[in-house]
Write a new protein. Structure first.
Length: 651
């Protein structure tokens, strides 16, 4: 038994043994295959994997709403295979979807009261629980608002109140943060950690966000219905090994080509201005090799691999390669541009305002995006990102200001704008009952593209051999590529992507970004990405952070992180086996400290002295196995800090 397991009760609260779930008449679809794990009291256990991995089937079996095909499963000693109804009264189950179990026509207060009646919670207990839950979710000012008028984050908080109104000791949460902005996600996790810390609630949590795995005490990585690895996030990260570096080199595209042809590199991937490497060779050998080839190395720094790298290694077993090698001249779209991006402005917004009656959705936005640039738009739900994109696409008119896209005014030359942009929606907008080729031909007709040879695009996007397959039978990653192919049929110079990698596995996501970089670097396509994935933001050349309709910050990911550090300090991470008691002690001297899985994070301007202060304080309290370290800011923490600073200014 490791240190983490020792802090919990010896008998697991949730126990799963050799669980299987098959679908179809002949049980051909194996959604869950021989899955085993245990969750202890007061533990947050994450089941992490992409859409279709089997996460929902597992959690539905444990909640008593789905039968298992084989295996054993128990919750609080109740056999959910033999007696599924018995478990429903003792758990809080939150199904997948953005508050889909709410009633839109009811107010916040009425939804809570409805679930109280459903759970038959005694009035005295209900009033106490309601008061406590409204306090920690900060929803009391909105009790009279209808659920349909809540933001995505507020809907999730209300759904959590309804799930918890009987204050169960066991929570089964199925992708509760999908589609929720980072601020609301942070609030959500604060609520969960508070419940775990104060009431020793046991949480089984599923998600497709790899970064959320870091917030769990232990995780199981799920792929195609099977657990491919499980354990503490820290121990799993160690399996990725060393030799990981961030490299900034010029010209970037040439550097990437050279690195991928060199035996000293295991893998390489572009993240905005950086190339992230896994090396076989020594660092000095790498620098010597690049120097000989005429590549200027601006910066090289080691970094600790994340769980995404671990996941990719486990499911691929080899260096990442996209299906179409962009170095093959027969499928290149144009001559490679050695610059990161051109100086030519392709998108220009000047003092853009959009109102809906009295509500200002976009407020005096100024923005320039250059040729070949990958620009990310980030912001909380309702920040104005979608409205701004619709105006740039010519789908909405600005009330004030000027927008030019590819040299055309969106007010005066809307049809010209439409023929010069490609748009890929989050749900891909494909026709499920048509084949790959039929979808392409349909979109070619919509765009007025005649006599189109689809072979080049099909090869470039790795769809060769799938031309006759029905779209509904494609894996999610292939649907994603097909949607991109449809958006690119008319070869637009500007491409808009609305959360393009939602739900796909990390390998497919990396492969997708390889294609985006090829379009950007080789063909000079300007790409605008709207996303809630904070790790996706790292892929962008620059980011624009939106809040309450305003563009509050613009810069590269590193520039935004540096600005956050100057404003709020560096990130100090604290690790101890007795992290719950340690957290209770630390927040008495650092009120802004947060619990991040089994680690404690706090921002500080005096990291060395605060390290010593924390260690002494905990040691005096009898907690001696304390490890501390300065960590680089994640985009999640950077984003939240910028938004909170903007709210303080606005207040």
């Amino acid at each position: 038994m490791d240190k983490t397991e020792m802090i919990y009760d010896a008998e697991p609260v949730i126990k799963v043994e050799n669980l299987c779930k098959y679908y179809g008449r002949r049980k051909k679809v194996k959604a869950v295959c021989d899955v085993s794990f245990a969750v202890n009291r007061g533990e947050i256990f994450g089941v992490i994997g992409p859409d279709g991995a089997g996460k929902t089937s597992i959690i539905q079996i444990l909640s008593g709403v789905l039968s298992a095909s084989e295996g054993k499963a128990s919750v609080a000693g109740i056999d959910v295979i033999k007696d599924p109804e018995a478990v429903k009264g003792i758990i809080g189950y939150m199904p997948q979807g953005l508050g889909l179990n709410l009633y839109d026509s009811l107010s916040v207060a009425e939804n809570i009261a409805f679930f109280r009646d459903l759970r038959q919670v005694p009035l005295e207990v209900y009033e106490r629980n309601r008061r406590e839950l409204l306090n920690i979710t900060r929803l009391e000012p909105f009790l009279g608002r209808q659920a349909r008028h809540l933001s995505g984050g507020m809907r999730q908080k209300l759904a959590l109140i309804c799930t918890l109104i009987h204050l169960p000791d066991i929570l089964l949460l199925d992708e509760p943060t999908t589609g929720v902005d980072p601020i609301s996600r942070q609030d959500f996790w604060m609520i969960i950690h508070r419940l775990v810390r104060e009431r020793q609630v046991t949480v089984l949590f599923t998600t497709s966000y790899m970064d959320e795995a870091e917030r769990c005490h232990r995780v199981a990585l799920l792929h195609e219905g099977k657990i491919i690895q499980q354990g503490e996030p820290e121990s799993l990260r160690a399996k990725a090994g060393g030799g990981h570096f961030r490299l900034i080199a010029r010209p970037q595209h040439n550097a990437l080509r050279l690195l991928r042809s060199w035996d000293g590199v295991k893998s390489s991937e572009v993240f905005g201005e950086e190339i992230r490497l896994s090396l076989k060779a020594q660092e000095k050998e790498l620098l010597s090799y690049l120097s000989e080839k005429g590549i200027e190395v601006k910066e090289i720094t080691p970094y600790e691999a994340g769980l995404e790298e671990v996941f990719v290694q486990l499911i691929s077993g080899q260096e990442l390669k996209i299906m179409a090698d962009s170095s093959d001249p027969s499928i290149q779209l144009s001559t490679p541009d050695p610059k990161i991006f051109d100086d030519k402005i392709v998108i220009q917004c000047n003092s853009v305002i959009r109102r809906f009656n009295d509500f200002v959705a976009v407020d005096k936005v100024d923005l320039s995006v250059t040729k070949g640039e990958v620009f990310g738009l980030l912001g909380p739900n309702g920040a104005g990102k979608t409205t701004l994109i619709k105006m740039m696409c010519g789908l909405l008119e600005p009330n004030e200001g000027i927008i030019k896209v590819a040299g055309f005014d969106v007010l005066k030359q809307r049809r010209d704008v439409w023929t010069h942009v490609g748009y890929m929606s989050q749900r891909f907008s494909l026709y499920r009952d048509l084949t790959v080729e039929e979808n392409l031909r349909l979109y070619a007709g919509l765009y007025g593209v005649k006599n189109k040879d689809f072979k080049k695009g099909i090869e470039f996007l790795g769809l060769s051999g799938m031309e006759d397959r029905l779209t509904r039978n494609l894996p999610l990653g292939m649907k994603q590529r097909l949607a991109l192919a449809c958006a690119l049929l008319h070869e637009p110079p500007v491409l808009f992507l609305d959360e393009p990698t939602s739900g796909v596995d990390p390998l497919a996501r990396r492969s997708f970004w390889e294609i985006i970089y090829s379009l950007s670097r080789e063909s000079g396509v300007t790409v605008i990405v709207s996303t809630h994935y904070m790790d996706e933001a790292e892929h962008c050349d620059r980011l624009g952070l939106m809040h309450q309709g305003r563009l509050i910050a613009i810069g590269t990911p590193s520039e935004l992180k540096e600005a956050s550090e100057k404003r709020s300090g560096r990130l100090l991470s604290i690790k101890t086996s007795d992290f719950r008691n340690a957290f209770d002690l630390i927040i008495s001297i650092f009120p802004n400290a947060t619990l991040y899985g089994s680690r404690i994070h706090l921002r500080t301007f005096n990291p060395e002295s605060d390290k010593e202060r924390v260690i002494k304080y905990l040691t005096d309290a009898g907690i001696t196995d304390v490890k501390t370290g300065i960590q680089p800011l994640s985009m999640q923490e950077t984003f939240v800090d910028h938004i909170m600073a903007a709210e303080e200014v606005h207040a």
